[in-house]
Design a protein around this ligand. Structure first.
Ligand code: ATP
Length: 612
């Protein structure tokens, strides 16, 4: 790994000891690096027990890798996301929250949709409203109800309180029903993971005290993304005991407003509540001169470039169509690869130095087709999500596994019964005569599984799948997915002193063992949200037409939502270390077959002279 000399400003931050600090730092200023170096330093001191919170598993893994694994780090530092930190507490304290068994996570959107539909069905008033709606309106109805439920949780409100200020006040009556159904399945959703631990800390001082004694320092990265629940959790966790809190963030990179995040939690609440001292870090170590100048123009900033020696490149291309835009990207990639090296780019110019970013995943269609037809390797960067299986047999396996570890999980049991077209998945005879007779073997193998023998059971399943009558491609995918499950299990066992099958399932749901970098080879295609916090030597930002980026909904709403789109463009620009190519099509093909003329993104107007 490249040896890095910290700047005096960075060193000052690394050297900070006790107290509350807010580090306001711009993109590429080395926030994550500084935070990591400080954690490393403090962990050496006798009282150096540190809780380090990040927003993504990738960021947590990166910090863990940079910290290394010496004994002091292992003993004194917990690095994780809000969800993984809270999950680790829930696994020990669920009884105090009224659960007799550890609740399981229903992580999938499809699960939540199914739950809300059950809730609607169980109340005649809602059922009749719902039945009168056409399919599109039904989707809207369930979406709005789920949004309401999430908002209650994230904004730390009661359903009644939210209803008072909401047009959709009837949804308050679905909240309790939704929660009851979750509980009857011995399950929780993502928002509950944090909400329950917040409740635990606020209602149970002795438990809060216990955790407060475990840490003397708290460090949190990307604090512009905090929402109310996360901030309140943090406050209740620290109580009057933990005063040494460092928050690091960049208000210009606030892009999760739609999830209730706001940079005011770090800039106003934290500063007031903890009397935090503010320090700014306005340097950029990541990007070339051209990229920094473009980012400064975009955001009207004056970030200093520490890489002024590297000129880099910033180019905007106006494409006549989406196909022309994809061809532009492909040709530039070919030219770069032909060069093999360039004084501005570190190492050989290869596929893995290139990323193609877009506001949403729909802009990649044409470039994906071109890369595919040219045999150029590429992958879609995965977000924070847990593991999802694509092969049919692994879907069956996953459902059996869920029901095995949580027999109260009627939601997935029903889904499995529907999939296999049986009345009762516990009836082996019925399974044997179902669409998938192999399901009875999968069940038998899983019935005998425990944490001690699960790897042997996976071997049995592997043999079963090898002998199954499947098409070659489907068989390959099934076995690859089973191997991936096995690798994640090995990873989980390494990370946990007291492993359990239920604990492993939660780790899968939270994506804690999903080491996706192994599967990432070739050119990276990613939405800007997923690329946050990461970098690439060469970036193509495509689809920069008004209505796509900024998104048309944000244009309609204006205000803070539009500002967040601009912040998102800034995040996209600053992912580029050396070369940044920005493009947009002058027309787009609409799904109904018409072409629609497009204009350049309003955010690119200051660059009029650079358009080619
Ligand atoms: N003092 C330094 N000297 C050289 N390179 C540095 C220095 N500090 C940080 N870097 C490099 O700059 C890049 C950005 O660092 P880092 O990812 O920590 O920044 P960040 O502020 O968290 O970025 P962002 O918020 O944009 O995701 C990394 O490649 C890092 O290795």
């Amino acid at each position: 790994m490249q040896q890095i000399n910290l700047s005096p400003k960075q060193q000052e931050i690394v050297g900070l000891n006790d107290g509350a600090f807010l580090i306001l730092a711009s993109a590429g200023s080395g926030k994550t690096r500084v935070l990591t170096e400080r954690i490393k330093r403090i962990s050496e001191s006798p009282d150096g027990k540190i809780l380090a919170i990040t927003f993504t598993n990738k960021a947590a893994t990166e910090i863990r890798e940079r910290l290394g694994t010496n004994d002091k780090i292992k003993k004194n530092v917990f690095v994780g996301t809000f969800h993984s930190f809270c999950q680790s507490i829930l696994e020990f304290r669920f009884k105090l929250l009224g659960y007799t068994k550890m609740p399981h996570i229903f992580e999938d959107d499809a699960d939540r949709i199914e739950l809300i539909k059950q809730a609607i069905k169980s109340v005649p008033y809602f059922d009749s409203i719902y039945n009168d709606l056409d399919p599109k309106k039904r989707n809207e109805y369930t979406y709005n109800a789920l949004q309401f439920i999430s908002t209650v949780k994230r904004e730390v409100l009661t359903a009644e309180e939210l209803a008072e200020n909401s047009e959709n006040n009837e949804y308050q009556y679905l909240f309790e029903t939704y929660q009851d159904i979750l509980k009857s399945n011995n399950a929780i959703d993502f928002d509950d993971i944090i909400r329950l631990v917040y409740e635990l800390f606020t209602n149970n001082e002795s438990v809060a005290n216990l955790y407060q004694k475990s840490y003397s320092y708290v460090c949190i990265d990307e604090c512009q993304d905090l929402n109310k629940l996360q901030y309140y959790l943090l406050k209740s966790f620290c109580g009057n005991a933990i005063k040494n809190v460092m928050m690091v963030g960049d208000p210009n990179q606030a892009i999760y407003g739609f999830n209730g995040s706001a940079s005011s939690y770090m800039q106003k609440d934290f500063v007031n509540d903890f009397q935090a001292t503010e320090i700014t870090l306005d340097e950029n170590y990541r990007c070339s001169k051209s990229v920094i100048e473009a980012s400064n123009t975009l955001m009207n900033l004056k970030v200093e470039a520490f890489n002024y020696v590297i000129p880099g490149l910033f180019k905007i291309y106006q494409a006549s169509s989406e196909n022309d835009e994809a061809l532009f990207v492909l040709n530039e990639i070919k030219k770069l690869l032909k060069l093999k090296s360039h004084p501005d780019v570190e190492g050989e110019i290869a596929f893995d130095k290139i990323s193609i970013l877009g506001r949403n995943k729909f802009v990649f269609k044409q470039i994906e087709e071109l890369l595919f037809s040219e045999n150029i390797p590429f992958y879609y960067k995965s977000g924070n999500a847990g593991t999802k299986f694509s092969s049919t047999l692994m879907k069956v396996f996953d459902l059996f596994f869920r029901v095995k570890i949580n027999p109260l999980d009627k939601l997935h049991q029903k889904r499995l019964e529907d999939m296999l077209k049986v009345n009762d998945i516990n009836n082996l005879l019925e399974l044997k005569s179902s669409n998938f007779p192999i399901a009875s073997d999968i069940k038998t193998v899983l019935d005998g599984a425990s944490m001690d023998n699960i790897h042997l059971k996976i071997d049995e399943l592997s043999k079963l799948f090898e002998n199954a009558s499947l098409e070659d491609d489907e068989k390959k995918m099934t076995i690859d997915e089973l191997n991936d499950f096995s690798n994640q299990l090995t990873q989980y066992k390494k990370q946990n002193i007291k492993p359990s099958l239920g604990g492993f399932k939660s780790a899968l749901a939270l994506g804690l063992t999903n080491n996706s970098t192994n599967k990432e080879t070739g050119i990276c295609l990613s939405t800007v949200h997923t690329m946050k916090g990461q970098e690439s030597e060469i970036v193509f930002l495509i689809g920069m037409d008004d209505g796509t980026f900024p998104d048309y909904r944000a244009i309609n709403k204006g205000g803070e939502e539009l500002q967040q789109e601009k912040n998102n463009t800034y995040v996209a620009f600053t992912r580029a270390k050396r070369f940044l190519f920005v493009s947009y099509p002058e027309k787009r093909l609409m799904p109904w077959g018409d072409y629609k003329n497009r204009t350049i993104s309003r955010f690119l107007k200051p660059f009029a002279q650079e358009i080619q």
